[in-house]
Design a protein. Structure first.
Length: 131
């Protein structure tokens, strides 16, 4: 965890505040936080609350609505977004794509046959290339 967050005291969020912030986040970004993940708001918005000088989530929401910080929406979205990049760092999916799926698909394209071999069936697109 970032050192800036270690010294912050976490403010607890009640059910009404959770609903307000869940709806706000969904409206602003499409991110939907399930009710059992209240702690995500509590942990990830602690620094934003401190920076805004707010002690409660109600105060933070009023601060958002006041328009004093034009970048607060983006700060909250960035704090709440889970930027998962594991698929790109994990070599197994790439190897499967490179060594199994693509060679099989390329072989099907080259041979002009479409066997029922378990490979995805991509639609054939025939385009006329102008002379």
């Amino acid at each position: 965890m970032d050192n800036a967050y270690q010294s912050l005291e976490v403010t607890r969020m009640d059910g009404g505040e959770f609903t307000v912030f869940r709806d706000y986040l969904c409206k602003m970004s499409g991110i939907l936080v399930p009710p059992d993940k209240t702690y995500l708001f509590e942990m990830r918005l602690a620094k934003i609350m401190a920076d805004a000088g707010c002690e409660t989530f109600g105060e933070l929401y009023r601060y958002i609505e006041s328009g004093k910080d034009l970048q607060i929406n983006q700060k909250i979205i960035n704090a709440m977004a889970i930027n998962e990049t594991l698929w790109f760092r994990d070599s197994l999916p790439w190897r499967g794509l490179e060594e199994i799926l693509l060679p099989g698909y390329i072989a099907q394209l080259r041979s002009g046959t479409r066997e029922d071999s378990g490979f995805p069936r991509f639609p054939r697109v025939r385009r006329r290339i102008p002379p």
